[in-house]
Design a protein around this ligand. Sequence first.
Ligand code: CIR
Length: 280
Amino acid sequence: MRALVRGLAGSFASAICSGPLAEPISLELAQWQHQAYIALLRKLLPGGVVELPADDRHPDCCFIEDTAVVAGHTAIITRIGAPSRQGEEAPVAAALAELGYAVTRMTPPATLDGGDVLQLPGSTHVPVGMSKRTNAEGISQLAKALPGRAVHAVPLPHGLHLKSLVTALDAHTLLIADTPAGRALSAILASNPLLNGAIKGPRPSPRLQHVFVPDPICANVLLLGDRHVVTQGSDAATEALLDVLCAERGLQLHRLPRATEFIKADGALTCCSILLPDGA
Ligand code: CIR
């Protein structure tokens, strides 16, 4: 596995933030946190890290996850839901083509952010958040373009992206933010028999355990292959929970310093990379 990342724009302090900030974004601290993230990926990923240069015209360009969905040999270039971010995808499309992916592009009126697409390990079922950024047309175009996958639209009344509330720790475990929005999402996911593994379809998901994470930011972990999990600093209860879950599953947990400046811009760990599994 390798990863595609993007440099931090000099304009990052102007990134989109959903709420008022008690403290402005510190570019210097953000640079340090971003470097720590990339250094850890370089250490853990045998295939290495491809880093695209930042574009100061796009303060949010480090959140590269939103620009493309990669599955097998296919890379689907999205139309990002925030108008100010449209244009971030062009260099990502060029890089993925250069790396040998078959690149397809979404067309208007579709909008979709990669942060809404939860690819579950070991499953062909893909829940996609229907959020403020991702519309029904985006989900429909994704469903047609994703090879061998069944896409499931999941309503997301609260939160930025689906993956702001839920990620997979392994093929059997979902980490979900312990908030009213996370609890509501859990009920929606559990009510879908294919996602919940209750129906023996052609390739059903394994039955999924929902684990509620006290610190909602830490419901977003970066799963690298089937062995490494990247998280970030949190409160004692959340850290202990993740330590135990990973130890029970034989997973190696790597804890980055808390990405305070990215959290201010509604960013989590998965946002800053596109994972490229081997064999593509
Ligand atoms: C935005 O609002 O678009 C950025 N400030 C944050 C994007 C985070 N991306 C992600 O969760 N995939």
